[in-house]
Write a protein that binds this ligand. Structure first.
Ligand SMILES: [Cu+2]
Length: 145
């Protein structure tokens, strides 16, 4: 039993340099890596506004290095009650547009889903020009029914 584990370790030591060589070759001949979607952050732009009929208007800033990122295309949006332990409960989200540049507004129909003021998570995915990966993030916001 002991002998087997020693030879397995020896095999691993032998295999690692070969793997490192493979990685080196990949970085020389392979395509350039896609720009990473790092350094981006979604932030609540201000208190949510009630739009009547159980609807809330939520404004979210997309920032990079503290600066607004305009012109992003929102490709994913979700509002759920994860912050109070009910992530399976979701409310419809409608994208309203970008105003001002770098701030993205959403209408969330939370009232019919939950009749108390509580914290909701708004999770977003955005396509930013020149960034291959979808930029994703989440904010928490207290919504009135
Ligand atoms: Cu709920």
């Amino acid at each position: 039993m002991h002998k087997i584990s020693i030879s397995a370790a020896a095999l691993l030591l032998f295999a690692v340099p070969a793997f490192a060589d493979d990685m080196k070759n990949m970085s020389i001949s392979g395509p350039k890596p896609a720009a990473a979607a790092s350094g981006y952050q979604f932030e609540l732009a201000g208190p949510p506004k009630s739009a009547g009929a159980g609807k809330s208007i939520v404004s979210v800033k997309l920032l990079r290095g503290g600066k607004p990122v305009p012109g992003a295309i929102i490709v994913q949006s979700r509002a759920d009650m994860g912050p109070i332990g009910m992530a399976a409960m979701t409310a419809p989200v409608k994208m309203l547009g970008e105003q001002p540049p770098g701030t993205y507004r959403f209408e969330i129909t939370n009232g019919p889903v939950w009749s108390k003021p509580d914290n909701w998570a708004v999770s977003l995915g955005a396509k930013v020009q020149g960034v291959m990966q979808t930029v994703t993030g989440s904010i928490t916001v207290k919504l009135q029914p």
